[in-house]
Design a protein around this ligand. Structure first.
Ligand SMILES: NC(=O)c1ccc[n+]([C@@H]2O[C@H](COP(=O)([O-])OP(=O)(O)OC[C@H]3O[C@@H](n4cnc5c(N)ncnc54)[C@H](OP(=O)(O)O)[C@@H]3O)[C@@H](O)[C@H]2O)c1
Length: 271
């Protein structure tokens, strides 16, 4: 299987590094290209054993999967660049936020299969939750291959294209929402009188430990919480104070605002 990455920026880097490290395919079957930053391509080639080139005809020849990894606003120029060289073997995997499959198809002037994905920044540590939708002509075996590629840098969740807006909100923007909650926890912690650096370090380790508990345990988050909440104890008192606020409603507002913005942006991109 041959993979080509058009765009080797932050997100593509996380993805091809995950694929190389997982050994799902050999690194010499991976080809990178970008607009002009050859220094970056050479560094990745030296580090990971992947190839790079600016010869589009050679890149697309025999390419099974072609990752589209530019910023959405650079895609029109990328499409102009590659469309003369597309052949029937090429299947496309977009990581560009907001661009519908129909838009990509029109700009590439192709009826080849196209997958649209929404990864998140945790791809850098092999833990992206990636939403994915496929064009109708994506075969079952190809879907499995794409799933294997995506699992190399986290986990995949297949949804309809319309539901990618929800995925964008919940897991695409999700790391930022959780960082924000952690920040508030640190600020509140420092108000109790400890040194800020001590609180930050403790909470960093608290978050890592709690994530590992979630990862390793078969229990639901609710059960994990209940297991450490004794009647009349300190945890119960803190939870009672939280229950005075509509935490669920706050997060619902946050996620709905992100969904609405995702819809707005994808409408703007395609005007
Ligand atoms: N970062 C995230 O957390 C995240 C999450 C989900 C989705 N995404 C999506 O990932 C995509 C990439 O984001 P990023 O943060 O990785 O961007 P980035 O770091 O700016 O990288 C963009 C890449 O595209 C290349 N490029 C631009 N025009 C090109 C062209 N005509 N032909 C070939 N390559 C071209 C650039 O090459 P040069 O360096 O040579 O200019 C660069 O390698 C975006 O569409 C974004 O929506 C990102």
């Amino acid at each position: 299987m041959k993979l080509v990455f058009y765009g080797a920026g932050n997100m593509a880097h996380a993805i091809f590094t995950g694929i190389v490290n997982s050994k799902v395919i050999d690194s010499d079957k991976i080809y990178l290209t970008n607009r002009s930053n050859e220094v970056a391509l050479k560094a990745y080639a030296d580090e990971l054993g992947v190839n790079y080139s600016y010869d589009d005809a050679a890149l697309l020849k025999d390419a099974d999967y072609v990752f589209l990894g530019t910023k959405p606003y650079d895609f029109d120029s990328l499409a102009e660049r590659i469309k003369p060289h597309i052949n029937e073997k090429n299947k496309f995997i977009s990581i560009m936020a907001g661009l519908p499959i129909s838009y990509i198809k029109d700009k590439l002037e192709t009826s080849n299969p196209i997958a649209r994905t929404m990864p998140n920044t945790n791809a850098q540590v092999g833990h992206s939750v990636t939403g994915i939708s496929f064009s109708n002509n994506f075969g079952a075996k190809s879907k499995e291959e794409v799933d294997d590629l995506i699992n190399a840098f986290g986990s995949a969740i297949e949804v309809s294209e319309d539901n990618l807006h929800q995925v964008t909100a919940i897991t695409g923007s999700g790391p930022a929402f959780l960082y924000h909650v952690f920040e508030q926890y640190v600020t509140a912690g420092t108000r109790l009188g400890l040194e800020k650096s001590q609180v930050e370090e403790s909470i960093r380790n608290l978050i890592i430990g709690t994530s590992k508990m979630i990862e390793r345990s078969e229990l639901s988050m609710e059960q994990l919480r209940k297991n450490i909440t004794s009647k009349g104890g300190t945890t119960q008192s803190g939870l009672n104070a939280l229950a005075e606020h509509d935490i669920e409603g706050i997060f619902e507002d946050c996620l709905r605002a992100a969904v609405n913005r995702s819809i707005e942006l994808s409408n703007q991109d395609n005007d």
